[in-house]
Design a binder for this molecule. Structure first.
Ligand code: PMP
Ligand code: GLU
Length: 398
């Protein structure tokens, strides 16, 4: 082939979430009746008042390049939101708007990590963190949380993983893929450890903050002394059903915010102009649609939990937030479908897609091969059919 690919890219894995969604789409295009619970994307449309704000913004001529770190009204609205809703003391100058939380996360990695550094991941972790860390040449260190611990890492586990090379810890609450939510007491323990290690910063990915069922979302950066030590990442994709608008942001200590904006200035510049104007409306306007969506995700969580509880040999946690469930299906490994042995989560997901036309994501992609991820961002009847198919296909394994 002409044009050698870099080692960096050759050794990178494709996002399993996007790959499974793409495989489901391809099968569907061939005429198969596929149920996809693969991608984590709200099945709701963006609320009308936000769409109307974007239309107005276009008519008003918001069609040009924007300042790299975001338009002033949006940075101001984000800072106000973080102060009032999350209790994080930030100035608009510390806010950098981006083309999605994904970009914010990568910007942080590029700004803070280099070869020889370590970054800690709490497994099960969201797929892209690992590849982002590896891309910078830094070394990912994984700390594993079990289903029996509600997929949450203990303070002792975290303390033991920190070395003098650790630069970043990735925390995601509510979590993709497990739905685990770190409570205030647990975050206080994490904060204490972070305080004892001045070279360590925490990336707290709060993109599912609006989807919490049992308690209230707590931001790590709101705890005593943490505003200087935490980079809070968020976006509009989940809480406002705005995945296709590509809009995210972070809030960080001033020097880090400046470095992140420098990176973004060279690679992509400021985010889409009219999306940013509409996002001000998302933050300052009616939040009822967000509450309605959260209530639907809660109902679906209950539905998924109760259906999966009836499937033999599947162990489920009860997600306290987000819209995923991450059942342990280890009991099926070693069983056979014809002459094919299911030897792990990747093989199981291939089998489920081929046998029952149900697309879910292998736990291996999230650093836990014992489980598979189902997205609950689908209509109730789709979830019912999906779990029925899953149960039927699992029952055929011997
Ligand atoms: N973080 C987590 C935990 C996610 O699940 C996702 C995917 N939606 C993102 C970040 C990226 O979101 P965005 O659409 O804002 O890039
Ligand atoms: N974050 C979503 C998921 O986990 C969307 C896919 C992606 O961005 O990788 O399914």
């Amino acid at each position: 082939m002409l044009g050698r690919l870099s080692d960096r890219v050759t050794s990178m894995h494709e996002a399993a979430t996007l790959r499974m969604a793409q495989r489901a789409r391809a099968l569907r295009e061939q005429g198969a009746d596929v149920i996809s619970l693969a991608i984590g994307e709200p099945d709701f449309d963006t609320p009308e008042h936000i769409k109307a704000a974007a239309t107005r913004a276009l008519a008003d001529g918001h069609t040009k390049y924007t300042p790299v770190a975001g338009v002033a009204p949006l940075r101001e609205a984000i800072a106000q939101k973080l102060r009032h809703e999350n209790g994080i003391d930030v100035d608009p100058a510390q806010v950098v708007v981006s083309t999605g939380a994904k970009q914010s996360l990568m910007n942080v990695c590029l700004a803070l990590l280099q070869a020889g550094d370590e970054a800690i991941l709490l497994a099960p972790y969201w797929v892209s963190y690992l590849e982002m860390i590896r891309f910078t040449g830094a070394h990912p260190v994984t700390v594993n949380a079990d289903i029996d611990a509600d997929y949450k890492v203990t303070a002792d586990q975290l303390r033991a993983a920190i070395t003098d090379k650790t630069r970043l810890v990735f925390l995601n609450t509510p979590s993709n893929p497990t739905g685990a939510v770190y409570e205030r007491g647990e975050l206080l323990e994490i904060a204490e450890i972070v305080r004892a290690h001045p070279n360590v910063m925490v990336v707290c990915d709060e993109i599912y903050e609006h989807i919490v069922f049992e308690s209230r979302h707590v931001s790590l950066a709101s705890l005593d002394g943490m505003a200087e030590r935490v980079i809070t990442v968020n976006g509009f994709s989940k809480g406002f059903a705005m995945t296709g608008w590509r809009l995210g942001y972070l809030a960080a200590p001033p020097a880090i915010a400046k470095a992140v904006a420098k990176v973004q200035g060279q690679f992509t510049s400021g985010a889409n102009a009219f999306s940013q104007i509409a996002a001000v409306t998302a933050l300052t306007g009616d939040r009822e649609p967000t509450r309605v969506m959260c209530a639907a995700y809660r109902r679906r969580r209950d539905l998924l939990c109760s259906m999966l509880a009836d499937v033999p040999d599947v162990q489920t946690n009860v997600p306290a937030g987000a819209f995923y469930i991450f059942p342990n299906v280890q009991a099926f490994y070693g069983r056979r479908a014809g002459d094919q042995i299911v030897d792990g989560s990747v093989a199981l997901c291939e089998y489920l897609l081929d046998e029952a036309h149900i697309a879910v994501v292998p736990g291996a992609a999230f650093g836990d091969d014992r489980s598979i991820r189902l997205s609950g961002a689908a209509a109730d009847d789709v979830l019912r059919t999906g779990v029925d198919r899953l149960a039927g296909a699992l029952a055929k394994l011997r």
